[in-house]
Design a protein. Sequence first.
Length: 156
Amino acid sequence: MKRTAAMKRTVAMSALCGLVLFAAACSDNDTDNANSTDASASSTREIASSVASEVQGSASAAASSVKATASAAVGNVQDTAYLQALESQNISFGSTEDQVAAARTACDELSGDTSLDATRVKIAETTGLDDAQSRTLINIAVPIYCTTNVGKLTVN
């Protein structure tokens, strides 16, 4: 819906710019008065610049909106897959936000060159899970949230 409004605004501004250019080109005085032509051309350039800025701003806002929506959708898919995998392994603690935070903590620790064993201990301490459940949480979280750390899962 926001994209539609931005597109309508862009079309309207483009049409306005076209009308101004047409009016400047059709002026009766444009052949008789060079100063008038220069003023019209200057005014037209200012309007065209304004329209270009508006279009650029609208396009940038639309692109940011699409990017944020896509990022949120990917995050939701990751979270859902992770939470379902935890549930399938009968691992439950805290809220769903706590469970997702634990996965992100595991990824942060492994990305920061913390060993797999030290990461497992930290997850166990912060979640209250036993060692086996903590390792399972890490094994589930890493392929979903931080694929670059998958190779670290085979260490232990």
